[in-house]
Every structure is written in C-alpha cells, then in structure tokens.
Design a binder for this molecule. Structure first.
Ligand code: HPA
Length: 235
C-alpha cells in the first residue's frame, strides 16, 4: 500500500485519467465508467476504477500544482505499475487564437517550477508528452469532430501572481505557449524517467489576454468533450 493512495495491488488500472479536482474524478467515474469502485478516499483525493467500452480505466484526483500532482503520479507509476497517464484539466488561454471552451493538447510543457531546475541542476529540460498518445489523440479528435489546439503550454507554480510584478505571462505568450495550467511539466518529466506514456488534455476555462471566462455550463460541455477524447485513448 502506498502512503497517499493506499490502494491494494491490482486495484488500479494500467490506464489512469488525472483530474486535479477529486470531485471531477467522482463525476467521471459516475458518468463515464461502468461498475466504478472507489479505491481511495485518503485526504478526500478520490480514486476510482471501472470500465469504459469493456476496458479497465482508473481516474485519480491529484490536487493542484506540481508538488501534489507528483505525489500521486509517483505512487501510480512506482507502486501500482500504471503505464498510461492522461491529465484532464483546465487552463487559462495565452494566445489570441485560443478561445475559452477550446480543448488544448499539450505536446510539451514549459515551467517556472523550481522542481525541474533543481532536478536538472539549473539546466533546461524539455518535458514532452508521449508521441504515441499525441498521434492517437489527434486521430481520435478528428473522428469525434473535436477541434484540438496542440502545442507548448506553461505549467506554473503560481496562480495568483503579484500584480505589482511585470506581466507574468507576457514572455510565455510571446514565445508561443498556448495556455497556462499547473501540473503537466511534472507529469511529463516523471513519465519520461519511468518510460511510461503521458499526455495532457485541457479545456480553456478562462483567457488571460481577454479576461473572458466560461460559464459553468460551457465549462461542463467542453469538459465532457475532452473526457470522451481522453477515454478513447485506452487500449
Ligand atoms: N492559471 C493557472 N492554471 C489555470 C488557470 C490559470 O489562469 N486557469 C485554469 N487553470
């Protein structure tokens, strides 16, 4: 049993969806999976295993930010042998041609997180998603009629930037990062280290250039499209 997940061996599928919000994990389990069973409630960070289209799938909440996300992802990979990890979350748009409700697929994730600079001794690692999953998600999105925006994103440690500091996102936007969230760079780094596949699918819930926000209803519709896409990645 691992410290933070505490499930038994065999409780968790090889394929795991990773929402930050544990209640999103519950929503996905209840609305998309069959015969879903809750395998962890520790700290309210819910995890479920069920089936989708007859294939075994787990969904595990991870909390926000690299530190929390990496605790769950490390245990999933090292203690439960998970082989495919798909983050499903929200992000803030950083480009004019990214709109609220869009689904963004992160091919790579830049970061301001000290976890990476510390790990690589000040040198710059480029956290990258699994090419196999990038290809498959692109194909499935076409089949499902979901328009994907794909590219580099920013995984930031800071949600509330100090307004007195110069625009925290300007440099990332200038260099083409599509959107900001808070986890994917850690996920891609740890997946690469362990030779497993990872990708991030994100719906744009707010826009940091225009200030636009999704309504709760729009957010839900975009989220459902993204979950359908994510679940089609299971083999
Ligand atoms: N910043 C970081 N993560 C986010 C944001 C944001 O503005 N919006 C949704 N996820």
């Amino acid at each position: 049993m691992s410290i933070h997940i505490g499930a038994n061996q065999g409780d968790i599928a090889d394929f795991v969806l990773l929402p930050g919000d544990p209640l999103r994990a519950k929503f996905i389990a209840e609305n998309f999976l069959e015969d879903a069973v809750c395998y962890s409630e520790i700290r309210g960070m819910l995890g479920f295993t069920g089936t989708y289209d007859g294939k075994r799938v787990s969904v595990q909440g991870t909390g926000m930010g690299l530190p929390s996300h990496l605790i769950y992802v490390n245990e999933l990979i090292n203690d439960y042998g998970v082989k495919t990890l798909v983050r499903v979350g929200t992000c803030g748009g950083l480009q004019k041609d990214i709109d609220v409700r869009d689904v963004v697929m992160a091919i790579s994730a830049s970061t301001d997180s000290a976890i990476l600079s510390r790990t690589f001794n000040g040198m710059t690692y480029a956290p990258t998603a699994s090419f196999k999953l990038i290809l498959k998600a692109s194909q499935v999105a076409q089949t499902l009629g979901i328009k994907l925006k794909a590219g580099n994103i920013l995984s930031s440690d800071v949600f509330y930037n100090d307004p007195e500091l110069p625009d925290a996102y300007a440099i990332w936007s200038k260099y083409g990062s599509l959107a900001v969230e808070m986890e994917s760079a850690g996920l891609f780094m740890i997946a690469a280290k362990n030779h497993v596949d990872a990708i991030s699918l994100l719906t744009v819930s707010d826009h940091l250039l225009s200030g636009e926000h999704c309504s709760a209803e729009e957010r839900q519709t975009a989220f459902v499209d993204m979950i359908r896409l994510a679940l089609h990645l299971v083999e």
